[in-house]
Write a protein that binds this ligand. Structure first.
Ligand code: PGA
Length: 255
């Protein structure tokens, strides 16, 4: 099954609205109508509106980095799915390891957010992945299985094709230590198997991204793996040249 590659830039807590627009323009100038790869830019909340305007009429999509599971009400500091939709956001990163480790997000909360995103026609980019200690303890598969199964509880076979999974080994995020191609493919294939068991054929249409120090030099090999359908990019998404190189790697990848 040929799955269209997806390259998503996770800007994390970087870029003011003005900086974000400048970066978006530099990217859009080169690939504004790129047709072979799906591209999603995920600025911080404060830059969503301006970046969204800079993307008008282009094929690039807008994503948020987090979202509340609640509809509305007394949740100081939170942002709802409806608010994101009003800014023409189409994707939302959920359960990123920084949210899990620094802000205490549990599988149950990530699941609630995933269901809320889907109920509001937002495509969740559900992040899963083990820490270094978990890998060294031999529990990588168990952790990934728990993140996938609990994160997707209640997600129907109809909804699953709107979900994007991002496998991000925590020890590879922002560290320069990328998982080897074989390590990454092994986990991606494992995730695919879990999805097939639960959803049957529909699972073949789910994109599974790799994240964690993906850079222009290692991307071509990673993206050529049969179950690696794109990348969730942190550091290398902050400058146009490296992000553009990653998009190019996505468009020329064979798998
Ligand atoms: P990195 O971040 O590319 O800087 O390792 C990836 C991520 O955290 O999504």
């Amino acid at each position: 099954m040929i799955r269209r590659k997806l390259i998503a830039g996770n800007w994390k807590m970087n870029k003011t609205a003005a900086d974000g627009v400048a970066l978006t323009k530099d990217i859009a100038e080169v690939i504004g109508r790129e047709g072979t790869v799906d591209i999603v830019l995920c600025p911080p909340f404060t830059a969503l509106e301006s970046v969204g305007k800079a993307l008008e009429g282009l094929s690039l999509k807008l994503g948020a980095q987090n979202m509340s599971a609640e509809k509305s009400g007394a949740f100081t500091g939170e942002v709802s799915a409806e608010m994101l939709r009003a800014l023409f956001v189409t994707h939302v990163i959920l359960g990123h390891s920084e949210r899990r480790t620094l802000f205490g997000e549990t599988d149950a909360l990530v699941n609630k957010k995933t269901l809320a995103a889907l109920a509001n026609q937002l495509k969740p980019i559900l992040c899963v992945g083990e820490s270094l200690a978990e890998r060294e303890a031999g529990s990588t598969l168990a952790v990934v299985q728990r993140h996938v199964e609990q994160g997707l509880q209640g997600v129907t076979a109809e909804q699953i094709t709107s979900v994007i999974i991002a496998y991000e080994p925590v020890w590879a995020i922002g560290t320069g230590k990328v998982a080897t191609t074989a390590q990454a493919q092994e986990i991606h294939a494992f995730i695919r198997k879990l999805l097939v068991e639960k959803y049957g054929e529909a699972a073949q249409r789910v994109r599974i991204l790799y994240g964690g120090s993906m850079k222009p030099d290692n991307a071509p090999e990673l993206l050529a793996q049969p179950d690696i359908d794109g990348g969730l990019i942190g550091g290398a998404a902050l400058q146009a040249p490296s992000f553009l190189d990653l998009v190019k790697a996505g468009s020329t990848a064979k798998a």
